[in-house]
Design a protein around this ligand. Structure first.
Ligand code: SF4
Ligand code: SF4
Length: 390
C-alpha cells in the first residue's frame, strides 16, 4: 500500500498503481495491463554489435503488423486499462506511418514513451514531437567519439546523424533521458559520455546487463554476448551507483541481526511481467516481457485482437503461478535482491527459465564479496548444469 506520508512528488508510478482500486488492491493483484511496449518494427538504421534483435534489423519482415492492426491493438489496450505505452524497435521512427500511429495513441490517451537512437530525428520530426510530446524520449548513445560510436553501430556517418538528432531534441526542449549500454566497445568512454550528459543537462542511465538475442541469424543467438564486460569490470561499474551501495548496506545491516530464512516455495516470475507489464512484438505476439517470447501467443490468429489479448493475458496469470523448480540454483539464493538474472534472461541464455545465467551469477557474487554482504550462496552456483532429460 502507498505510504500516505509521501508528497505527490515522491509517489512512484508503482505507488500510484496501488491506488487504482477503491478497495485498496493494486494493479498487480488485479493484473491490470497498465504498462506495455509495442515493438513497431525490427528494422533499424544502425547495426549495433551488442544488439538483441538479430538479423531482422536489416530485412523487411512480411509479417510486420499493419497500421490498422496496430490501431485495433491500441483500441483493445485502452479498453483494458493500459496507461503507459512505449513505442520501440528496431528504430520505431523507420515506420512510414509512425506519425499516424503516434497521433492515434495520443488520441487514446496513453502516456507515451519513445525509444530511439536519434539518428532519424531531423528538424521536422523534432517539431512534430514538440507539438505532440512524449512523456519521455529515451535515446541510446553508443560512444562519445565518432570512432567508438561507429565501431558499435557499424554505420559510417551515423555519429553525425546522432549528434544532429540530439541537437534537435535539445533545441525543441523535449523531455528526454540518455541511455548507454556499458559494453566492451565503449566502456572506456563512459566518463566522456557522462560529461556529455551533464553538458546537455540530461539524466544518464547505464546498463551493462547484455542478454542473448531474441532474434535469429548471424547476429542472433549468443552473438551479442561477445560485447559483455568481464564480471570484474561490470561490478566496478555497478558499484559506482550510490543507490545500489545504500541498498546493499541496508541488506548487510539486516543480515547482521537475522539470517534470511531459506526459501523453498518461490514464484518463478517475481517481476511485473504478465502481471501489469507486457510486450507486443512487431509480428503481434503478446509476450510477458521482451525476453519471454517462449511464453507468447499471436494476437491475430483466427480471432479479434481483443479476444486474443484476453485469452493470452489469462494464460499469463497461470504462468505467474509457476513455482521455481526445486533444483534451480536461484531458489535458495539470498542474493536475488542484487542479481539481474531472471527467467527470461536465463531462457535466452540456457534454454531453461529455472537456470542461473553464469555471467550474472558470478557478477552478483563478486558484488557481494566486494561490498562485504554476508550470503549463503557458494561457488557451486557458478556452473550451470542443464536439467536431465526425463
Ligand atoms: S541496439 Fe538499438 S539502435 Fe542499435 S541496432 Fe539494435 S535496435 Fe538498432
Ligand atoms: S546469484 Fe546466481 S543463484 Fe543467486 S539469484 Fe543470481 S543467478 Fe541465481
Amino acid at each position: 500500500m502507498m505510504d500516505e506520508s509521501k508528497t505527490l512528488k515522491e509517489i512512484s508510478y508503482g505507488d500510484l498503481g496501488n491506488r487504482v482500486h477503491a478497495d485498496g488492491s493494486g494493479v498487480a493483484e488485479r493484473r491490470v495491463p497498465t504498462d506495455g511496449m509495442l515493438e513497431l518494427t525490427r528494422l533499424c538504421s544502425l547495426k549495433c554489435t551488442h544488439c538483441y534483435i538479430g538479423d531482422a534489423r536489416w530485412k523487411k519482415d512480411p509479417r510486420e503488423l499493419s497500421t490498422d492492426q496496430l490501431k485495433a491493438l491500441m483500441d483493445a489496450l485502452a479498453e483494458r486499462g493500459t496507461l503507459w505505452l512505449t513505442f520501440t524497435g528496431g528504430e520505431a521512427l523507420l515506420r512510414k506511418d509512425f506519425k499516424e500511429l503516434w497521433l492515434y495513441a495520443k488520441q487514446k490517451g496513453f502516456a507515451l514513451v519513445l525509444f530511439s537512437n536519434a539518428t532519424l530525428i531531423d528538424d521536422k520530426m523534432a517539431g512534430f514531437l514538440e507539438l505532440h510530446p512524449p512523456q519521455c524520449l529515451e535515446i541510446s548513445i553508443y560512444g562519445a567519439t565518432r570512432e567508438t560510436y561507429e565501431r558499435v553501430t557499424l554505420i559510417p556517418g551515423s555519429f553525425d546523424r546522432f549528434m544532429r538528432g540530439i541537437e534537435n531534441v535539445r533545441k525543441r526542449g523535449l523531455p528526454w533521458v540518455l541511455k548507454a549500454p556499458v559494453i566492451k566497445e565503449l566502456a572506456g568512454e563512459i566518463p566522456q559520455i557522462t560529461a556529455l550528459a551533464s553538458e546537455w543537462g540530461v539524466r544518464l542511465v547505464l546498463d551493462g546487463e547484455i542478454n542473448a538475442s531474441i532474434g535469429e541469424g548471424q547476429s542472433g543467438g549468443k552473438a551479442p554476448c561477445a560485447s559483455r564486460l568481464s564480471e570484474e569490470r561490470l561490478v566496478d561499474f555497478a558499484l559506482e551507483d550510490k543507490n545500489l551501495l545504500i541498498e546493499i548496506k541496508g541488506m548487510a545491516r539486516e543480515r547482521a541481526t537475522a539470517a534470511m530464512a531459506p526459501k523453498t516455495d518461490e514464484p518463478l516470475f517475481s517481476c511485473g511481467a504478465g502481471s501489469n507489464m507486457f510486450y507486443v512484438n512487431s509480428r503481434g505476439d503478446l509476450q510477458m516481457c521482451v525476453l519471454t517470447h517462449h511464453r507468447s501467443e499471436n494476437l491475430y490468429a483466427d480471432r479479434t485482437v481483443a479476444d486474443g489479448f484476453d485469452a493470452t493475458w489469462a494464460k499469463f496469470g497461470d504462468f505467474r503461478k509457476i513455482k521455481m523448480r526445486a533444483d534451480s540454483p536461484c531458489i535458495a539464493c539470498d542474493l536475488t535482491g542484487i542479481c539481474k538474472s531472471c527467467p527470461g534472461f536465463a531462457h535466452l541464455e540456457n534454454g531453461d527459465e529455472h537456470s542461473a545465467v553464469e555471467w550474472l551469477c558470478r557478477s552478483t557474487h563478486l558484488k557481494a564479496l566486494k561490498t562485504g554482504l554476508p550470503h549463503r550462496c557458494d561457488i557451486k552456483h557458478f556452473v550451470y548444469t542443464p536439467p536431465k532429460k526425463p
